[in-house]
Design a protein around this ligand. Structure first.
Ligand code: BGC
Length: 354
């Protein structure tokens, strides 16, 4: 079968190759891959800046935002032949640490977790893969190819859970949320904010195009420019850019008792001057909380599956701005100006909407 793989930390090493069928030891569920979404992490791996191959191997199969159809599954299990499914990205560390032991691998304490398509475990960008029942999640068949949005939605579902839990340290009745960054993660974070009944604002650099249109179509407000100019101090900020100037701008403009969740991974190496004392003073005097969030556990995938099933399908389909066949993978990995979510269609047999 065909698989798209890279030599981690080696730019330009991506290649579509013939590989062995997935070994039975990977699990009793055989899945045929239909589509795989591309995100910033994949681009980082392709550029040679991130990623680890499985022990003893040179190459890593890419792909962590998957959608597939079950070809074989044990009777009476959580998924059946024909189901549309998504594979969970992270696997608990083998020790296991206290968090992995209770299936909260997203909070792994010792860093020995693995991640499909990212860290020491082949990803889903192959024509077929095998998996165990604990790591596969069913998606609403009505979603069709839009089920490929489940993994990024699981990431924001976890971020919102963190916001709620940190906010719940005291009386918590948030009214406004600002999402910084209108990429797929930002737009999905905004969708979840709207589903919670909050007044949602999204800020991005672009002043026109697909992103402002998508934000307005959600019933949210779009801003470009500085956070200090939006006219209010948000109760919640979900930061999805990883850009240090935006992060500081957000931290200094959050509302009293506000919770800010960081989801964007910065590249590092950019130093800026700012007044740490003033920031500390306002965070302390205003009970501001800033929390980081990465990955997602099964609970977050399940709540994300419900959120996607409840979302407007036309809006979701507008997030997938390009669908590229597997053979043209190189095109999928090259950024176009108006890209939101680019998807590689490994087997194009699902329709974009019901
Ligand atoms: C993935 C997460 C993963 C993180 C760090 C993100 O792109 O969505 O599942 O934990 O990268 O590797």
């Amino acid at each position: 079968m065909k698989a798209l793989s890279v030599v981690p930390l080696q730019a330009g090493s991506a290649a579509l190759m013939d590989v062995e069928e997935p070994p039975a030891s990977d699990g009793p569920i055989l899945v045929e891959t239909l589509a795989v979404g591309i995100c910033g992490t994949d681009i980082e791996i392709l550029s040679g800046a991130y990623g680890w191959s499985p022990p003893g191997r040179e190459r890593l199969v890419l792909g962590h935002e998957s959608l597939g159809r079950v070809l074989e599954a044990p009777l009476g299990g959580p998924v059946a032949v024909g189901d549309l499914v998504v594979g969970i990205v992270r696997r608990p560390d083998p020790v296991p640490c206290a968090s992995c032991e209770v299936m909260e691998w997203d909070f792994c304490r010792n860093g020995q977790y693995t991640e499909r398509g990212i860290k020491e475990h082949d990803g889903y960008l192959s024509e077929r893969y095998r998996i165990t029942p604990d790591f596969v999640v069913k998606v609403d068949p009505q979603l069709g190819i839009l089920g490929v949005l489940l993994e990024p939605t699981s990431v924001v579902s976890k971020a919102w859970e963190e916001v709620d839990r940190v906010g719940g340290r005291a009386h918590w009745a948030p009214r406004t949320v600002l999402v910084t960054g209108a990429g797929p993660i930002g737009l999905l974070a905004a969708l979840l904010g709207v589903q919670r009944g909050l007044e949602v604002h999204v800020l991005d650099r672009m002043s026109e195009g697909a992103k402002p249109d998508l934000v307005r179509a959600l019933g949210a407000t779009y801003h470009s420019g500085l956070i200090g100019d939006i006219g209010f101090n948000p109760d919640v900020i979900i930061e999805c850019t990883g850009v240090s100037t935006v992060i500081l701008d957000a931290m200094t403009n959050i509302g009293v008792g506000g919770v800010m969740c960081l989801t964007g991974v910065s590249s590092g190496g950019h130093e800026i001057n700012f007044d740490e004392g003033a920031l500390n003073r306002s965070m302390v005097l205003e009970n501001v909380a800033v929390v980081g969030s990465v990955n997602a556990n099964r609970r977050h995938y399940e709540s994300a599956a419900l959120a996607l099933a409840a979302a407007d399908r036309d809006w979701l389909s507008r997030l997938v701005t390009r669908r590229v066949p597997l053979e043209a993978w190189a095109d999928a990995l090259t950024r176009h100006d108006d890209d939101v979510k680019v998807v590689i269609e490994v087997k194009p047999d699902v329709s974009a909407a019901s």
